[in-house]
Design a protein around this ligand. Sequence first.
Ligand code: NAP
Ligand code: ZN
Ligand code: ZN
Length: 353
Amino acid sequence: MIKAHGYAVHDAHSPLVPFEFERREPGAHDVQIEILYCGICHSDLHQIHNDWSNSIYPMVPGHEIVGRVVKVGAHVGKLKVGDLAGVGCMVDSCRQCPACQEDLEQYCAEGATLTYNDHERGNDKLTFGGYSDLIVVEERFVVKIPNSLDLKAVAPLLCAGITTYSPLRHWNVGPGQKVGVIGLGGLGHMGIKFAKALGAHVVMITTSPEKGKDASRLGADEILLSRDADAMAAHASSFDFLLDTIPVPHDLNPYVALLKRDRTLAIVGVLTELSPPLNGFSLIGGRKNVSGSAIGGMAETQEMIDFCAEHGIVSDVEMVTIQNVNSAYERLQKNDVKYRFVIDMASLRAQAA
Ligand code: NAP
Ligand code: ZN
Ligand code: ZN
């Protein structure tokens, strides 16, 4: 076993505190990564607070992990010591079911093994995430990161990036389409960058008027304030695709009204019940679709990273130390981050030394 250092929560109401634990020695197909940066996803906040009623403690959060390969098993092929590598939300799956066979491990029939807040397959050991100094993951669930991108700004691509890239690709977003991204946080700002790079006309749909000044830098062609009923009415029935990243239950009806006939709104934010109920007329009247999407498979995650390298896309990040992670959470809860907090793991190493 390898001794690892990180930060953990021990129940739903306490702050993150230093935590020592063990990782497995790398097996023949495993890669050991020295973690350099880890993004803070809103899902981390949901899970430390047990918002989804499935939290297991102690919990070391973090699934936007980038670092350097320091050890590889004998059968590892695509990565070697010294390479930059990334790990996202999953570290294992069954490999046999139709979803796994189609490179859609996130929809594994047996449930993909999550990077943290889960148990390893075949035993009852907890998985621990990226707010730590090292991780050991099977090669299939590790992506290769090119040297050309700013590594700390790559970290959020491993969740916020793939979670927005995958639905934009699945619903064939491209030139000639008007696409709206709802909610400008970690996911939303990446959704805008990807939709623009895919050639769409992009509308930032936000509750925060002051985020509008970032619109053109991020790649948005228009800003739509969702609390401005007149502005929403002016955009009625005009969108080809909507990506909804709002992290709390909310009224979908005003957003469905923005869709053209036969078009789709894909939810990525809310995992609990939606409220208030959807109005049937608003769907039936235009044969509209409300769907959902979870992260992306490993092959698509590598494709997304390569797309980012080709188009020079990274996340807009604010760096924090591990010692400041609890205040970063408070700010994230208050919607006060542009657009993703990333933990510099050098701060953890300095503390452990
Ligand atoms: P985030 O950084 O906190 O951003 C969420 C954004 O939603 C905020 O910046 C804000 O944008 C808007 N918002 C927040 N509260 C709102 C409210 N009460 N009403 C309307 N808009 C509100 O969160 P994130 O990290 O992007 O994550 C977003 C959600 O996606 C979370 O629930 C997370 O768990 C989920 N998620 C899902 C997947 C998946 O696989 N499906 C993967 C990762 C994360 P404006 O200021 O622009 O309004
Ligand atoms: Zn996430
Ligand atoms: Zn499977």
